[in-house]
Design a protein around this ligand. Structure first.
Ligand SMILES: Cc1cc2nc3c(=O)[nH]c(=O)nc-3n(C[C@H](O)[C@H](O)[C@H](O)COP(=O)(O)O)c2cc1C
Length: 394
């Protein structure tokens, strides 16, 4: 079965001048999407409302917020509430986190039996200390046998639903794991690998090392897509990453915060079309309003309007909007209130150059906290105790 997901909607006027497609469609198991772009899973961000907003701009794979295997297996109601997809969302991509092969297998089995998602992405990139301290996230691929078992069990549990793996370069510069981990994952049945080209100790600081993505592309069999991730803040960045690394698709995280139309730009760029004109402040305001409405629809009015508050600064980045209005927007109480505040903006204000470039968390590098003796034996199969926590990803 091949499911082709076409463009969802291109709201803005793209010039029809056609050039060659930059890359062939991106195939993840039975799914094929013309635009080789993946929305990176982001805890607290990539909920159904935000995914719909992005899907309205351009085609791609849109991955949900991270779901813990333990939450699934223990039938935690909160976990089940997070697994929500729109009726027209295909494929339904779920990111699963876990360190215990048995619970990952059971969680993947549940995904199939309850038809919760069409595709499972596994998170081995989280650098958060409370996760790595217990051997989870980006710490785990160092334990290559355990890593192999987790991927294999998940693939077996998932049956014919494709499983992909997302990881970092390694723990730090002395412990790169990605090349081994990718080979292991592919041998264990993963159908694609994504690399956030930073080590866990870099967190989000500095620049992603795209040369690692190029090395990964060379190391992995050519029929297995390699997805590059890290520091794509514009469509040109995506084209540059593809040109420099040979990757088969890109994963975009922080670049779309307050800028979901980036997916329209990416669709145009990969199709070889001219990019749509950047939005003026009036268009930005209507996108922000749409975001708020979608969050309210999915989360209820109270939670939805509060959730949109954290996006306001990203939407307004670089625009000349006074501190008073920004503050009021950051405390917006309802859609009517939002309308009132947005009406104070000058809709003709052009998109500012300052809004280009990096956005979202950056932070500083730091030592990766690991369990005691973690680095002594990479072949140790012991499941790290207590690492199967509920947590926000990264
Ligand atoms: C707020 C936030 C939450 C994130 N949550 C997750 C997550 O749950 N799972 C995951 O694999 N990566 C997570 N990430 C990492 C992103 O998926 C992505 O790998 C990273 O941001 C680098 O890509 P970028 O440079 O395009 O942002 C998160 C990143 C951010 C900024």
């Amino acid at each position: 079965m091949t499911i082709v997901q076409g463009r969802v909607r291109d709201q803005r006027t793209a010039t029809p001048a056609r050039r060659e497609r930059v890359l062939p469609p991106l195939r993840i198991g039975p799914f094929e999407v013309d635009t080789p772009v993946v929305l990176a899973p982001m805890a607290g961000i990539t909920n159904p409302g935000f995914r719909r907003l992005c899907r309205e701009q351009g085609a791609g794979y849109y991955v949900c917020e991270m779901i813990t295997a333990r939450g699934l297996v223990e039938k935690n109601p909160l976990t089940f509430r997070m697994i929500a997809f729109d009726a027209d969302e295909r494929p339904r991509s779920m990111q699963l986190y876990g360190v215990d092969p048995e619970s990952m297998r059971r969680a993947a089995r549940m995904v199939v039996e309850r038809d919760l998602a069409d595709h499972i992405d596994m998170n081995f990139g989280c650098p958060v200390p409370k996760v790595t301290r217990r051997g989870g996230g980006a710490a785990l691929p160092f334990k290559r046998k355990l890593f192999e078992r987790i991927v294999r069990e998940t693939v077996e549990g998932a049956g014919d639903r494709p499983v992909t793996v997302k990881m970092r370069i390694g723990i730090d510069d002395d412990h790169h794991t990605y090349l081994d981990a990718a080979r292991i994952a592919v041998d264990a049945g993963a159908v694609a690998v994504a690399l956030h080209a930073r080590t866990a100790s870099q967190r989000y600081s500095g620049a992603a090392d795209w040369s690692a993505i190029a090395r990964l592309r060379e190391a992995v069999p050519s029929h297995v897509p390699v997805l590059g991730n890290g520091d794509i803040f514009s469509a040109q960045d995506a084209l540059d990453m593809v040109a420099r690394t040979g990757c088969d698709g890109v994963v975009v995280g922080r670049g779309c915060l307050g800028r979901p139309w980036l997916f329209g730009d990416l669709e145009a760029a990969f199709a070889g079309r001219e990019l749509p004109a950047p939005p003026d402040l009036g268009q930005v305001a209507s996108t922000l309003r749409r975001h708020a409405v979608l969050l309210c629809e999915h989360m209820g009015d109270h939670k939805g309007i509060r959730d949109v508050r954290k996006h306001i600064a990203w939407y307004l980045k670089g625009f000349p909007v006074g501190p008073e209005l920004r503050r009021s927007l950051g405390m917006v109480e309802s859609i009517d209130h939002l309308d009132e505040l947005l009406s104070e903006l000058d809709p003709h204000e052009p998109f500012p150059a300052e809004a280009d470039g990096p956005r979202g968390r950056q932070g500083s590098p730091g030592r990766v906290v690991l369990p005691e003796h973690w680095l002594d034996d990479p072949d140790d199969l012991a499941v790290p105790f207590g690492a199967d926590v509920e947590h926000s990803g990264g």
